[in-house]
Design a protein around this ligand. Structure first.
Ligand code: GLU
Ligand code: MG
Length: 419
Protein backbone atom coordinates (compact mmCIF):
# COMPACT_ATOMS: atom_id res chain seq x y z
CA UNK A 1 0.00 0.00 0.00
CA UNK A 2 1.21 3.48 -0.83
CA UNK A 3 1.30 5.79 2.21
CA UNK A 4 -1.23 8.64 2.03
CA UNK A 5 0.58 11.99 1.64
CA UNK A 6 -0.22 14.33 4.54
CA UNK A 7 -0.58 18.07 4.95
CA UNK A 8 0.24 19.51 8.38
CA UNK A 9 -1.33 22.81 9.39
CA UNK A 10 0.46 24.32 12.37
CA UNK A 11 1.99 27.27 14.14
CA UNK A 12 4.99 27.93 16.37
CA UNK A 13 3.20 28.16 19.71
CA UNK A 14 3.98 29.62 23.14
CA UNK A 15 6.53 26.86 23.72
CA UNK A 16 8.19 27.72 20.41
CA UNK A 17 7.22 24.29 19.12
CA UNK A 18 5.48 23.66 15.82
CA UNK A 19 2.13 22.13 16.71
CA UNK A 20 -1.03 21.54 14.68
CA UNK A 21 -3.00 18.84 12.92
CA UNK A 22 -2.53 16.80 9.78
CA UNK A 23 -5.07 15.94 7.12
CA UNK A 24 -4.86 13.93 3.88
CA UNK A 25 -3.11 16.09 1.31
CA UNK A 26 -6.07 15.52 -1.05
CA UNK A 27 -8.30 17.32 1.47
CA UNK A 28 -6.11 20.43 1.63
CA UNK A 29 -8.01 22.43 -1.05
CA UNK A 30 -11.22 22.01 1.01
CA UNK A 31 -9.45 23.19 4.15
CA UNK A 32 -7.66 26.22 2.75
CA UNK A 33 -10.26 28.79 3.74
CA UNK A 34 -11.71 26.95 6.72
CA UNK A 35 -8.68 25.44 8.44
CA UNK A 36 -8.68 22.70 11.06
CA UNK A 37 -10.48 22.81 14.40
CA UNK A 38 -8.34 23.14 17.52
CA UNK A 39 -9.16 23.69 21.20
CA UNK A 40 -7.95 27.02 22.68
CA UNK A 41 -6.17 25.04 25.43
CA UNK A 42 -3.88 23.54 22.78
CA UNK A 43 -1.97 26.82 23.04
CA UNK A 44 -1.24 25.89 26.66
CA UNK A 45 0.53 22.61 25.81
CA UNK A 46 3.81 23.04 27.63
CA UNK A 47 7.23 22.46 26.14
CA UNK A 48 7.29 19.19 28.10
CA UNK A 49 3.89 18.09 26.81
CA UNK A 50 1.33 18.33 29.63
CA UNK A 51 -0.92 21.35 30.07
CA UNK A 52 0.16 22.71 33.46
CA UNK A 53 -2.44 25.47 33.63
CA UNK A 54 -5.04 26.89 31.25
CA UNK A 55 -7.59 29.70 31.39
CA UNK A 56 -9.54 28.04 28.56
CA UNK A 57 -10.43 24.70 30.15
CA UNK A 58 -11.82 22.06 27.81
CA UNK A 59 -14.29 24.40 26.13
CA UNK A 60 -14.21 26.36 22.90
CA UNK A 61 -13.20 25.89 19.29
CA UNK A 62 -10.71 27.68 17.09
CA UNK A 63 -9.84 27.23 13.44
CA UNK A 64 -6.17 27.14 12.45
CA UNK A 65 -6.34 28.52 8.92
CA UNK A 66 -3.39 27.75 6.63
CA UNK A 67 -1.59 30.46 4.70
CA UNK A 68 -1.15 28.97 1.21
CA UNK A 69 2.07 30.94 0.67
CA UNK A 70 3.84 29.00 3.42
CA UNK A 71 3.64 25.50 1.92
CA UNK A 72 6.93 23.70 2.56
CA UNK A 73 7.94 20.09 1.94
CA UNK A 74 9.29 18.43 5.08
CA UNK A 75 11.18 15.20 4.39
CA UNK A 76 9.86 12.27 6.45
CA UNK A 77 12.14 9.21 6.60
CA UNK A 78 10.62 6.31 4.64
CA UNK A 79 7.45 8.20 3.75
CA UNK A 80 6.33 10.88 1.33
CA UNK A 81 7.24 14.47 2.20
CA UNK A 82 4.84 16.19 4.59
CA UNK A 83 3.30 19.39 3.22
CA UNK A 84 3.71 21.91 6.04
CA UNK A 85 1.46 24.98 6.08
CA UNK A 86 1.70 27.68 8.72
CA UNK A 87 -1.50 29.26 9.86
CA UNK A 88 -3.44 31.80 11.89
CA UNK A 89 -5.99 31.09 14.60
CA UNK A 90 -9.48 32.39 13.91
CA UNK A 91 -12.72 31.89 15.82
CA UNK A 92 -15.36 29.75 14.10
CA UNK A 93 -16.88 33.12 13.08
CA UNK A 94 -13.69 33.90 11.09
CA UNK A 95 -12.51 36.64 13.47
CA UNK A 96 -8.74 36.49 14.22
CA UNK A 97 -8.08 35.13 17.74
CA UNK A 98 -6.36 37.71 19.96
CA UNK A 99 -3.96 35.06 21.35
CA UNK A 100 -2.72 33.91 17.92
CA UNK A 101 1.12 34.04 17.83
CA UNK A 102 1.28 34.80 14.10
CA UNK A 103 -1.47 37.41 14.46
CA UNK A 104 0.59 39.08 17.21
CA UNK A 105 3.48 39.62 14.79
CA UNK A 106 1.19 40.56 11.92
CA UNK A 107 -0.44 43.33 14.01
CA UNK A 108 2.94 44.75 15.02
CA UNK A 109 4.17 44.87 11.42
CA UNK A 110 0.95 46.47 10.21
CA UNK A 111 1.14 49.14 12.93
CA UNK A 112 4.74 49.92 11.98
CA UNK A 113 3.70 50.33 8.38
CA UNK A 114 0.51 52.31 9.10
CA UNK A 115 2.08 54.73 11.59
CA UNK A 116 5.56 55.23 10.15
CA UNK A 117 5.41 53.87 6.59
CA UNK A 118 8.16 51.39 7.45
CA UNK A 119 8.48 47.78 6.34
CA UNK A 120 10.65 45.58 8.52
CA UNK A 121 12.96 43.04 6.90
CA UNK A 122 14.44 40.29 9.05
CA UNK A 123 16.93 37.46 8.73
CA UNK A 124 17.25 34.71 11.34
CA UNK A 125 20.67 33.25 12.11
CA UNK A 126 20.15 29.97 13.95
CA UNK A 127 22.69 27.89 15.85
CA UNK A 128 22.26 24.19 16.50
CA UNK A 129 24.11 21.06 17.52
CA UNK A 130 24.16 18.26 14.94
CA UNK A 131 24.61 14.89 16.65
CA UNK A 132 25.80 13.11 13.50
CA UNK A 133 29.40 14.28 13.75
CA UNK A 134 32.13 13.60 16.26
CA UNK A 135 33.39 16.27 18.61
CA UNK A 136 37.10 16.87 18.02
CA UNK A 137 39.17 19.60 19.65
CA UNK A 138 40.24 22.55 17.53
CA UNK A 139 37.30 22.37 15.18
CA UNK A 140 35.55 25.76 15.32
CA UNK A 141 35.15 27.25 11.84
CA UNK A 142 37.39 24.59 10.29
CA UNK A 143 36.91 23.09 6.86
CA UNK A 144 37.61 19.79 8.61
CA UNK A 145 34.53 20.17 10.85
CA UNK A 146 32.43 21.18 7.86
CA UNK A 147 33.61 18.15 5.85
CA UNK A 148 33.11 15.74 8.73
CA UNK A 149 29.47 16.71 9.24
CA UNK A 150 28.90 15.05 5.86
CA UNK A 151 25.59 15.40 4.06
CA UNK A 152 23.66 17.37 6.68
CA UNK A 153 24.56 20.96 5.76
CA UNK A 154 24.22 20.56 2.00
CA UNK A 155 20.95 18.63 2.36
CA UNK A 156 19.58 21.31 4.68
CA UNK A 157 20.44 24.09 2.22
CA UNK A 158 18.86 22.09 -0.63
CA UNK A 159 15.69 21.60 1.43
CA UNK A 160 15.61 25.35 2.15
CA UNK A 161 16.01 26.19 -1.55
CA UNK A 162 13.21 23.75 -2.42
CA UNK A 163 11.03 25.64 0.11
CA UNK A 164 11.85 28.97 -1.55
CA UNK A 165 14.10 30.05 1.34
CA UNK A 166 17.33 31.69 0.16
CA UNK A 167 20.20 30.35 2.29
CA UNK A 168 22.80 32.91 3.28
CA UNK A 169 25.32 30.58 4.91
CA UNK A 170 26.04 27.35 6.78
CA UNK A 171 29.12 27.08 8.97
CA UNK A 172 30.84 25.09 11.69
CA UNK A 173 30.38 27.17 14.85
CA UNK A 174 32.41 27.53 18.02
CA UNK A 175 30.94 24.73 20.16
CA UNK A 176 31.31 20.95 19.90
CA UNK A 177 29.26 19.68 16.91
CA UNK A 178 27.72 23.16 16.64
CA UNK A 179 26.64 24.66 13.31
CA UNK A 180 24.86 27.78 12.18
CA UNK A 181 22.38 28.27 9.36
CA UNK A 182 21.20 31.65 8.13
CA UNK A 183 18.52 32.63 5.65
CA UNK A 184 18.60 35.90 3.70
CA UNK A 185 16.47 38.92 4.68
CA UNK A 186 12.78 38.95 3.78
CA UNK A 187 9.74 40.90 5.09
CA UNK A 188 9.00 40.25 8.78
CA UNK A 189 6.14 37.76 8.60
CA UNK A 190 7.93 35.67 5.97
CA UNK A 191 11.15 35.84 8.00
CA UNK A 192 9.41 34.37 11.04
CA UNK A 193 7.72 31.74 8.86
CA UNK A 194 11.10 30.85 7.40
CA UNK A 195 12.67 30.60 10.86
CA UNK A 196 10.01 28.05 11.80
CA UNK A 197 10.51 26.19 8.51
CA UNK A 198 14.32 26.14 8.81
CA UNK A 199 14.12 24.69 12.34
CA UNK A 200 11.82 21.94 11.12
CA UNK A 201 13.90 21.28 8.02
CA UNK A 202 17.06 21.03 10.16
CA UNK A 203 15.34 18.54 12.47
CA UNK A 204 13.91 16.58 9.54
CA UNK A 205 17.15 16.44 7.52
CA UNK A 206 19.09 15.35 10.61
CA UNK A 207 16.46 12.69 11.41
CA UNK A 208 16.72 11.40 7.83
CA UNK A 209 20.43 10.83 8.49
CA UNK A 210 19.64 9.02 11.76
CA UNK A 211 20.61 11.96 13.99
CA UNK A 212 19.24 15.09 15.65
CA UNK A 213 19.57 18.82 15.13
CA UNK A 214 19.29 20.20 18.67
CA UNK A 215 18.39 23.88 18.91
CA UNK A 216 18.03 24.07 22.71
CA UNK A 217 19.74 27.21 24.06
CA UNK A 218 22.21 25.25 26.21
CA UNK A 219 22.92 21.53 26.16
CA UNK A 220 24.94 21.77 29.38
CA UNK A 221 25.21 24.64 31.85
CA UNK A 222 28.95 25.04 31.16
CA UNK A 223 28.63 24.51 27.39
CA UNK A 224 28.34 26.77 24.35
CA UNK A 225 25.02 28.46 23.71
CA UNK A 226 22.79 28.08 20.68
CA UNK A 227 21.53 31.55 19.86
CA UNK A 228 18.88 32.61 17.36
CA UNK A 229 20.06 36.04 16.27
CA UNK A 230 17.52 38.27 14.59
CA UNK A 231 18.86 40.77 12.04
CA UNK A 232 16.48 43.57 11.13
CA UNK A 233 16.43 46.52 8.77
CA UNK A 234 13.85 48.95 7.42
CA UNK A 235 12.44 49.96 4.06
CA UNK A 236 10.53 53.20 3.50
CA UNK A 237 7.26 53.61 1.59
CA UNK A 238 9.15 53.71 -1.70
CA UNK A 239 10.88 50.41 -0.87
CA UNK A 240 14.20 52.18 -0.31
CA UNK A 241 16.54 51.18 2.56
CA UNK A 242 15.85 53.33 5.63
CA UNK A 243 18.20 51.93 8.30
CA UNK A 244 21.44 53.69 7.40
CA UNK A 245 22.49 57.32 7.71
CA UNK A 246 26.29 57.67 7.61
CA UNK A 247 26.02 61.18 9.10
CA UNK A 248 24.30 60.01 12.29
CA UNK A 249 25.40 58.19 15.45
CA UNK A 250 26.66 54.67 14.66
CA UNK A 251 25.38 55.17 11.09
CA UNK A 252 21.80 54.56 12.24
CA UNK A 253 18.95 56.47 10.60
CA UNK A 254 16.68 58.34 13.03
CA UNK A 255 14.00 55.64 12.62
CA UNK A 256 16.49 52.82 13.26
CA UNK A 257 17.87 54.62 16.32
CA UNK A 258 14.37 55.07 17.77
CA UNK A 259 13.58 51.41 17.14
CA UNK A 260 16.82 50.16 18.69
CA UNK A 261 16.27 52.49 21.66
CA UNK A 262 12.76 51.09 22.11
CA UNK A 263 14.13 47.54 22.11
CA UNK A 264 16.75 48.49 24.70
CA UNK A 265 14.22 50.36 26.84
CA UNK A 266 11.88 47.34 26.97
CA UNK A 267 14.58 44.66 26.95
CA UNK A 268 14.22 43.45 30.57
CA UNK A 269 10.56 42.59 29.84
CA UNK A 270 11.14 41.60 26.21
CA UNK A 271 13.59 38.82 27.01
CA UNK A 272 10.86 36.85 28.83
CA UNK A 273 9.59 36.28 25.28
CA UNK A 274 12.81 36.15 23.23
CA UNK A 275 14.87 34.06 25.71
CA UNK A 276 11.92 32.21 27.17
CA UNK A 277 13.26 29.03 28.80
CA UNK A 278 14.92 28.54 32.17
CA UNK A 279 18.05 27.38 30.32
CA UNK A 280 18.08 30.50 28.09
CA UNK A 281 19.67 32.41 30.98
CA UNK A 282 22.62 30.01 31.32
CA UNK A 283 23.56 31.14 27.82
CA UNK A 284 23.50 34.83 28.75
CA UNK A 285 26.61 34.61 30.92
CA UNK A 286 30.10 36.05 30.46
CA UNK A 287 32.55 34.37 28.09
CA UNK A 288 29.96 32.91 25.71
CA UNK A 289 29.88 35.50 22.88
CA UNK A 290 26.34 36.03 24.08
CA UNK A 291 24.97 39.22 25.64
CA UNK A 292 24.98 39.82 29.39
CA UNK A 293 23.89 43.46 29.43
CA UNK A 294 21.16 45.65 28.03
CA UNK A 295 23.43 47.43 25.58
CA UNK A 296 24.07 48.37 21.98
CA UNK A 297 27.46 47.84 20.42
CA UNK A 298 28.90 48.73 17.06
CA UNK A 299 30.29 45.57 15.47
CA UNK A 300 30.52 43.98 18.94
CA UNK A 301 29.28 40.40 19.23
CA UNK A 302 29.14 40.66 23.02
CA UNK A 303 26.35 43.22 22.96
CA UNK A 304 22.61 42.65 23.13
CA UNK A 305 22.04 44.73 20.01
CA UNK A 306 24.82 44.82 17.47
CA UNK A 307 25.05 47.39 14.70
CA UNK A 308 26.41 45.23 11.86
CA UNK A 309 28.99 46.48 9.37
CA UNK A 310 28.27 47.49 5.80
CA UNK A 311 31.09 47.17 3.32
CA UNK A 312 32.48 50.40 1.98
CA UNK A 313 33.65 48.67 -1.19
CA UNK A 314 30.03 48.56 -2.32
CA UNK A 315 28.67 52.00 -1.41
CA UNK A 316 25.54 51.61 -3.55
CA UNK A 317 24.55 48.51 -1.62
CA UNK A 318 25.86 49.62 1.80
CA UNK A 319 22.49 51.09 2.70
CA UNK A 320 20.84 47.81 1.76
CA UNK A 321 23.37 45.65 3.66
CA UNK A 322 23.23 47.77 6.80
CA UNK A 323 21.27 46.00 9.54
CA UNK A 324 20.95 45.66 13.27
CA UNK A 325 21.20 42.34 15.09
CA UNK A 326 19.21 41.40 18.19
CA UNK A 327 21.21 38.70 20.01
CA UNK A 328 19.16 37.93 23.14
CA UNK A 329 16.99 35.30 21.45
CA UNK A 330 17.06 31.53 21.12
CA UNK A 331 15.07 28.67 19.63
CA UNK A 332 12.87 28.19 22.70
CA UNK A 333 11.05 31.27 21.43
CA UNK A 334 8.30 31.22 18.85
CA UNK A 335 9.71 33.38 16.04
CA UNK A 336 6.29 35.05 15.82
CA UNK A 337 6.30 36.12 19.45
CA UNK A 338 9.99 37.04 19.51
CA UNK A 339 9.94 39.16 16.36
CA UNK A 340 6.51 40.57 17.26
CA UNK A 341 7.76 41.69 20.68
CA UNK A 342 10.84 43.28 19.05
CA UNK A 343 8.71 45.20 16.58
CA UNK A 344 6.25 46.38 19.26
CA UNK A 345 9.17 47.58 21.41
CA UNK A 346 10.78 49.30 18.41
CA UNK A 347 7.47 50.91 17.53
CA UNK A 348 7.22 52.31 21.06
CA UNK A 349 10.70 53.80 20.56
CA UNK A 350 9.48 55.45 17.34
CA UNK A 351 6.27 56.76 18.92
CA UNK A 352 8.18 58.27 21.85
CA UNK A 353 11.18 59.36 19.82
CA UNK A 354 13.53 57.45 22.18
CA UNK A 355 17.25 58.00 21.56
CA UNK A 356 20.28 55.94 22.51
CA UNK A 357 21.78 58.65 24.72
CA UNK A 358 18.74 58.45 27.02
CA UNK A 359 19.52 54.86 28.03
CA UNK A 360 22.01 53.56 30.56
CA UNK A 361 23.42 50.03 30.23
CA UNK A 362 22.18 47.57 32.87
CA UNK A 363 22.57 43.83 33.44
CA UNK A 364 20.14 41.54 31.62
CA UNK A 365 17.73 39.59 33.83
CA UNK A 366 19.63 36.65 35.30
CA UNK A 367 16.76 34.17 35.15
CA UNK A 368 13.45 33.53 33.43
CA UNK A 369 11.65 34.29 36.70
CA UNK A 370 13.31 37.71 36.85
CA UNK A 371 12.45 38.45 33.22
CA UNK A 372 8.85 37.37 33.85
CA UNK A 373 8.68 39.87 36.72
CA UNK A 374 9.62 42.66 34.30
CA UNK A 375 7.19 41.34 31.70
CA UNK A 376 4.36 41.19 34.24
CA UNK A 377 5.06 44.73 35.46
CA UNK A 378 5.28 46.19 31.93
CA UNK A 379 2.17 48.17 31.02
CA UNK A 380 3.55 48.42 27.48
CA UNK A 381 3.80 44.63 27.17
CA UNK A 382 0.27 44.27 28.56
CA UNK A 383 -0.88 46.63 25.80
CA UNK A 384 0.96 44.85 22.96
CA UNK A 385 0.01 41.35 24.07
CA UNK A 386 -3.60 42.04 25.14
CA UNK A 387 -5.16 38.89 26.63
CA UNK A 388 -2.02 36.96 25.65
CA UNK A 389 -0.07 38.84 28.36
CA UNK A 390 -1.69 37.00 31.24
CA UNK A 391 -1.99 33.77 29.23
CA UNK A 392 1.75 33.83 28.54
CA UNK A 393 2.61 34.45 32.19
CA UNK A 394 0.44 31.52 33.28
CA UNK A 395 2.04 29.36 30.63
CA UNK A 396 5.59 30.20 31.71
CA UNK A 397 4.82 29.88 35.43
CA UNK A 398 3.65 26.32 34.72
CA UNK A 399 6.92 25.61 32.92
CA UNK A 400 8.99 26.85 35.87
CA UNK A 401 6.90 24.81 38.32
CA UNK A 402 7.58 21.70 36.25
CA UNK A 403 11.32 22.31 36.66
CA UNK A 404 11.24 22.96 40.41
CA UNK A 405 13.97 21.15 42.33
CA UNK A 406 16.06 20.29 39.24
CA UNK A 407 19.66 21.49 38.98
CA UNK A 408 20.96 23.37 35.94
CA UNK A 409 22.33 20.25 34.24
CA UNK A 410 19.00 18.46 34.58
CA UNK A 411 17.13 21.53 33.32
CA UNK A 412 19.38 21.73 30.23
CA UNK A 413 18.77 18.02 29.61
CA UNK A 414 14.97 18.46 29.84
CA UNK A 415 15.02 21.17 27.17
CA UNK A 416 17.64 19.46 24.99
CA UNK A 417 15.40 16.38 24.81
CA UNK A 418 12.77 18.54 23.11
CA UNK A 419 14.25 21.47 21.21
N1 GLU B 1 26.86 31.09 20.28
C1 GLU B 1 26.71 32.49 20.58
C2 GLU B 1 25.31 32.73 21.17
O1 GLU B 1 24.88 31.94 21.95
C3 GLU B 1 26.93 33.38 19.38
C4 GLU B 1 28.20 33.22 18.64
C5 GLU B 1 28.20 34.13 17.40
O2 GLU B 1 28.59 35.29 17.53
O3 GLU B 1 27.71 33.69 16.37
O4 GLU B 1 24.66 33.70 20.89
MG1 MG C 1 26.94 32.21 15.41
Amino acid sequence: MMPEPLAFIGTADLAGLLRGKSIPLAELPNRMGRGVGIAPSNLMLSVFGPIHDTPFGTAGELMLVPDPGTETLIPAPGGPDIHLLLGDFHGTDGVPWDCCPRGFLRRALLALEAEFGLTLLAAFEQELVYTGTEDRPGSPYTLDALRRQGAFGGALLAAMCRAGIAPDSFLAEYGPCQFEVTAGPVPGLSAADQAVQVRELARAVAAGLGHRAILAPMLRPDGTGNGTHVHWSLLDRAGQPATHDPARLHGLSAAAEHMAAGMLHHMPALVAVTAPSAASYYRLRPGRWAPTRVDLGVQDRGSAIRVCPAHAAAPDSAARQFNVEFRVADAAASPYLALGALVWAGLDGLRRGLTLDSLAPAPLPASLAEAMGHFQASAAAADWFGPLHDVYLRFKRGELTALAGLDEAAICARYAAIY
